[in-house]
Design a protein around this ligand. Structure first.
Ligand code: BG6
Length: 508
């Protein structure tokens, strides 16, 4: 696991897509937070690269303004100054491998000399996925991508989505692996930057009390929910071609599934952890077309009234096709066909315009035998549950039964809560700090390997195919502000189970 007391390796970070939203909202604020905590070395600089023709001075002014807007709390002026002096810009056409890439090389040389930085280059591809391979090829063709054998490194972070189905992910992997080594490629999934997600490994394997019961002998089923209150928020153009399944499941939700289900890795080495995650993905049973129709549910939100506000239906959102068949909700019943999890369903769901923003993993345990309570007023025993809250409140709840005080035996359900903020205080983080830092020190544990990405697409592609072949007939099938379509409830009700719907206090 990363030692975050140390400083990142000296490097020049080059952000392709430097004038975009991700750069201003997440990447620069994350770099600022890293610098604030003294994780960035003196020998460090950022070159922003975009299509716009901006001067370095203009880009610096914009970056500082954005930092003032997007970092929480009062900015530290001395630190902003430090940043300003290390920020550069070069603009041009990404398709033109002559001018832009020559300019990048010239700026990189100049920046390295000025800040005494070795030839370590860290590329962040905050650009549309269709450009990933082409830009990487041009970087390599211009002698900026191959490692030079003198211990200097070249690393590339690729944003999601990495492919849009199994075939395209394979093609992209093959194109990149023709010019780069796997160890140079960092496929990012920002869910792995979340503290609670990383804590899953510590929670499971750093304690001795959970692991013995973390299997089919004790666990009845697992539920993973990533619910969003927001709609598509101006991203209709992208979202309408993607949908909830592609957008959230092969990446964020499968990260949660694998970390919940994997065997203990032999070490914290990147490949040891990723090997175990991949084994889980390979053990997830792929659906036949018939199974996909039964075990995968899709939904699309219609209009709704939430807290007195009228919310529009998905089909009327900006840049969404009229009569769009794109799903804004997806739920799956997955089976992990291995010794630990045989016959323990993993129900996963994600949706937009749900009643609350809440992501969690629920481990539902089997019920204790009732025999002892036969002759008491107790009608039902509480089932035990561990709920791992990922966001917005980060913490863990243990749900169990307790005796209600009084002369007769009556039981009630109680919760024991651990809350990150209460114990560790507010952490100021964009979720990208750890991931950027890890890339700068060469730790790929929290990044997806080629085989993981392909295994994930391998699971969802058959569902995408069936859904494309059988267009939805009942869209919209859930109201904005509800927990999704009735079919999602049926998916569990069929098995005598129910979703655990947790509503954030602010949304109650
Ligand atoms: C992104 C998806 O990857 O994750 C978005 O493209 C989604 O549609 C977002 O809203 C959710 O991230 P978070 O961190 O807010 O749960």
């Amino acid at each position: 696991m990363t030692d975050t007391t140390k400083t990142a390796e000296p490097c020049v970070m080059m952000i392709f897509g430097a004038t975009g939203d991700l750069t201003k909202r997440k990447l620069f604020p994350a770099l600022y937070n890293l610098a604030k905590d003294e994780h960035l070395p003196e020998s460090f600089a950022v070159i922003g690269i975009g299509r716009q023709e901006l001067s370095t001075e203009e880009f610096r002014a914009e970056t500082i303004n954005n930092l003032r807007e997007f970092i929480p709390g009062e900015p530290d002026d001395a630190l902003l100054k430090w940043f300003e002096g290390r920020t550069y810009y070069t603009g041009g056409d990404f398709d033109d491998d002559k001018k832009l890439f020559k300019d990048i090389k010239a700026v990189a040389d100049e920046v390295r000399e000025r800040h005494d930085i070795p030839a370590n280059f860290f590329y962040y591809m905050a650009i549309p996925p269709a450009l990933f391979a082409g830009v990487a090829q041009k970087i390599v063709a211009n002698n900026l991508g191959k490692e030079d054998g003198n211990g200097n490194w070249r690393r590339f972070i690729f944003e999601k989505p990495f492919g849009h189905d199994l075939e395209s992910a394979r093609k992209l992997n093959a194109e990149l692996l023709k010019i780069l080594r796997e160890r140079q490629i960092y496929r990012i999934d920002h869910y792995l930057g979340k503290e609670t997600v990383q804590n899953l490994i510590v929670f499971r394997f750093g304690n001795s009390i959970f692991e013995p019961i973390w299997n089919r002998n004790y666990v009845d089923h697992v539920q993973i929910t990533v619910a969003e209150k927001l709609g598509v928020e101006g991203r209709g153009g992208y979202y309408d071609t993607a949908g909830a399944l592609r957008d959230m499941i092969p990446n964020h939700i499968f990260q949660l599934v694998t970390l919940t289900a994997m065997e203990p890795p032999v070490s914290f080495q990147a490949d040891a952890v990723r090997d175990e995650q991949t084994k889980i993905l390979n053990a997830v049973k792929c659906f036949t077309p018939e199974e996909a129709l039964v075990n995968a549910v899709r939904g699309q939100y219609g209009s709704g009234n939430v807290d007195g506000t009228e919310l529009p239906a998905y089909r009327t959102e900006d840049k969404v096709a009229e009569g769009s068949p794109t799903e804004t909700f997806a739920a799956l019943k997955l089976s992990i066909d291995n010794w630990r999890w045989a016959d323990v369903p993993f129900y996963v769901r994600t949706g937009k315009r749900m009643p609350t923003k809440h992501s969690s993993i629920v481990i539902q345990f089997k019920q204790a035998p009732f025999i002892l309570f036969r002759d008491t007023p107790v009608e039902r025993l509480t089932t035990n549950r561990i709920e791992i809250h990922i966001q917005p409140d980060e913490g863990i709840t243990l749900h169990f039964g307790a005796k209600i005080p009084g002369p007769v035996v009556k039981t009630g359900a109680v919760d024991m809560d651990f809350n990150y903020v209460d114990h560790f205080g507010e952490q100021v983080s964009t979720g990208y700090e750890r991931l950027l830092f890890d890339c700068m020190i060469g730790d790929a544990t929290l990044f997806q390997r080629a085989d993981m990405v392909e295994a994930s697409w391998g699971i969802v592609s058959p569902i995408l195919d069936v859904w494309a072949a059988v267009p939805p007939r009942n869209f919209s099938n859930y109201e904005a502000g509800s927990w999704g379509p009735a079919e999602a409830d049926d998916l569990l009700a069929r098995d005598g189970r129910k979703w655990k719907n947790t509503v954030h206090p602010e949304d109650k």
